[in-house]
Design a protein around this ligand. Structure first.
Ligand code: IVH
Length: 672
């Protein structure tokens, strides 16, 4: 077979198996066979790059990260729906439809209302062309590349839409419940953001700048709307039929839809699904009711906000009452103390709820909650149930106020509340609870990866005061370890060898392992890209940190503060003594050519630089081994002078610091 034909055959086969897997949920080949087809295609495309097309299944994650998403205008506004909550409101809606249609017959289509994020997809000549968010309904963000990574979005439709060259599909991107829980677990392990619910996780994922990361997020889409060009509408008048067509074209259409002859059938569907909502593996928050005929959509029209041919029936929030039995104050790794309510166990939305976070002291005040109170708890798509309100009619005379502890419940030290924070904190760095959590974090899988050093063992080690910081684990003695519960000689030996192995982890892992506030695995990676040792990171100034992509003010401030504290410096010194690698390994250091005039020199920037932004100039300096400082001192080597310089110029002159102008700077870099 000709290479071109083989490539086409492979693409068709892969697309077909994708469709079977992601849309029909019914595979006919094994993962192994699928991977083999994909690998063959990748190899052939490598040999014949001229044959790569954007719709090849290998190209789902092609593009480089984008800084800002361009805005696109929707051809037809993406309106929202009015909500109804009762049977009567739904009947009212039907009455309005009936009146406006003046005696014409009509039917309804009812669908599940998916709790996700609305997007539109544009297809040209059967190929996926562009995709965008709803935005404000009139304009949205062009997230074409991010959407392309979603495997249930066909890059090529399986069956052409007769007489139509260009069409638009709208739908809801979402995550299945189990996939969302898995994602959150992974995020937590990596010290990254944990999402409150699957909708937030979906929205956050679609807004990521790097399609490679989006591709790792378990996103799926249900499409619910087909828009064809004007003039071709007659053929595609039935919404119900259109959804059938979309399914045949390779889109994932939720199959729990129904064509209803009248509003009573609609109401039956609503009641049925309000009871069954937990049976599907994704979050639904209601039912969408739509008139079936698109011609009638035209007659009914829309208000500024929502169409008159459709309405949402919203399920009641999953709420229940229970009693607050106790509140305990949980100490975190960074010393934050969070109130957690212990409640009479109740069953809600498929799980037994016993605890709920009360977040902080302000929240307790806001709710005016007391021990013994009856409260209403609610579970939206959220993993953690929320305490919504107190049922004051049931407050008992012996209800006790909940007061914030003045001392840490674990170590007894004084509790502090910082001005700009809602949380209260135990500021005793040696608080056993904080110590234990710091060590657990240090040893965790995405940090120094010391298997076997889990919660139970760390607890024994800290309680017996064998260790009091992460560095101490490198000085553990076999005899002491072996004497601990559930240990013994063999386990002690195993653990010690794992601890030994962990001494040469990457710089990125070590930075993450230190547990600097706000520095998760991703930020640690960004820092390790810029600095080649812990020492360099320690010497970095706030401004310099800010120039690193991915590092914001909060993070930069936290890094600087971390390295200011003696306790942390002592731990670092001990790690160094233990022989823990504190710099990049040879293979981590990417060959970089530096420019002699810049390498090792300290720069200060002043005034407006014409051809570069300050960030760009700082980046260039640092990429070439230089440092950027915010103020002029005798240690400054160069002042980079822009237009309208500030007082830094006078100081530089006074101190005799060399001054270079933009042009000279650019010519040193070979950019002049
Ligand atoms: S139709 C003009 N169908 O609910 C009406 N929307 O409040 C277009 N949604 O923005 C929407 N499931 O994000 C429609 N089966 C479904 C839906 C659905 C969820 C979302 C969508 C829309 C919002 C309306």
């Amino acid at each position: 077979m000709h290479v071109k034909d083989r490539i086409k055959k492979l693409r068709d086969d892969i697309n077909y198996h994708n469709y079977r897997y992601y849309v029909l949920d019914n595979t006919v080949i094994s993962d192994y066979e699928y991977d083999k087809l994909m690998q063959e295609l990748i190899n052939l495309e490598k040999e014949h790059p001229e044959l790569i097309t954007p719709d090849s299944p290998t190209q789902r994650i092609g593009e480089e990260p984008t800084k800002v998403f361009p805005t696109i205008t929707h051809s037809v506004p993406m309106l929202s729906l009015s909500n109804t909550y009762t049977k009567e409101e739904v009947i009212d809606f039907d009455r309005r439809v009936k009146n406006l249609l003046g005696g014409e017959k009509y039917q309804y289509v009812v669908e599940l209302k998916i709790d996700g994020v609305a997007v539109c997809l544009i297809y040209r000549n059967g190929r996926y062309g562009q995709g965008a968010t709803r935005g404000d309904g009139f304009t949205g963000d062009d997230i074409t590349q991010n959407l392309k990574t979603i495997k249930s979005i066909p890059l090529n439709i399986l069956k052409p839409l007769e007489g139509v060259d260009e069409f638009e599909v709208r739908g809801e991107v979402f995550m299945k419940r189990n996939e969302f829980i898995k994602l959150n677990k992974m995020q937590a392990e990596k010290g990254e953001k944990v999402f409150a619910n699957s909708r937030n996780a979906t929205a956050g994922s679609l807004k990521l700048q790097d399609p490679k990361i989006v591709a790792e997020r378990p996103l799926t889409i249900f499409v619910y709307y087909l828009l064809v060009e004007k003039g071709k509408k007659d053929k595609y008048d039935s919404h119900y039929h259109n959804l059938k067509l979309l399914y045949e074209m390779g889109f994932l259409v939720n199959q729990n839809l129904r064509l209803c002859k009248n509003i009573y059938e609609v109401l039956d569907y609503c009641k049925e699904w309000e009871e069954k909502r937990e049976e599907v593996g994704y979050e639904i928050d209601g039912v969408v009711i739509k008139v079936n005929s698109l011609g009638q959509w035209g007659i009914l029209g829309s208000t500024a906000k929502s169409p008159r041919w459709s309405i949402a029936f919203k399920f009641k929030a999953k709420k229940i009452e229970t009693v607050i039995k106790d509140v305990f104050w949980q100490v975190g790794r960074t010393g934050s103390i969070t109130p957690v309510a212990v409640m009479e166990p109740v069953s809600l939305a498929g799980t037994v709820v016993k605890r709920a976070t009360l977040h902080n002291v302000d929240e307790i005040k806001r709710l005016n909650i007391m021990l013994g109170d009856t409260v209403v708890i609610e579970k939206g798509g959220d993993i953690i149930p929320k305490v919504i309100e107190v049922d004051f009619s049931k407050r008992k005379p012996d209800a006790k106020p909940i007061s914030a502890p003045e001392r840490c419940s674990v170590c007894g030290s004084e509790v502090v509340r910082f001005e700009d924070e809602a949380a209260i904190r135990c500021i005793n760095f040696s608080c056993p609870e904080q110590v234990a959590k710091r060590i657990e974090h240090f040893a965790s899988r995405n940090a120094m990866d010391i298997g076997g050093l889990g919660e139970a063992l760390v607890e024994q080690l800290t309680e017996n005061r064998i260790v009091s910081n992460p560095a101490d684990i490198y000085f553990l003695e076999k005899e002491k370890l072996a004497a601990l519960e559930r240990m013994g000689n063999k386990s002690a030996e195993n653990l010690l060898s794992k601890i030994e192995q962990s001494k040469s982890r990457s710089l990125e892992r070590l930075i993450f392992a230190l547990g600097i506030r706000y520095i998760g695995a991703g930020a640690a990676k960004d820092l390790a890209k810029r600095f080649s040792s812990i020492n360099e990171l320690r010497n970095a100034e706030f401004e310099e940190l800010l120039t690193i992509e991915g590092i914001g003010e909060k993070m930069a401030k936290s890094v600087v503060e971390f390295f200011r504290r003696d306790e942390n410096l002592n731990v670092l010194e001990k790690l160094r003594k233990a022989g823990v690698l504190m710099e990049k390994k040879k293979e981590e250091v990417t060959e970089r050519k530096t420019i002699e005039e810049i390498d090792g020199k300290t720069f200060v920037l002043t005034g407006t630089i014409e051809r570069l932004t300050r960030e760009e100039a700082s980046k260039l300096i640092m990429e070439n081994g230089g440092k950027v400082s915010s103020s002029v001192s005798k240690n400054t080597d160069y002042l980079l002078l822009g237009e309208n310089p500030g007082s830094k110029y006078d100081k530089a002159v006074k101190l005799g610091v060399k001054i270079i102008k933009e042009d000279d700077f650019l010519s040193i870099l070979g950019m002049g």
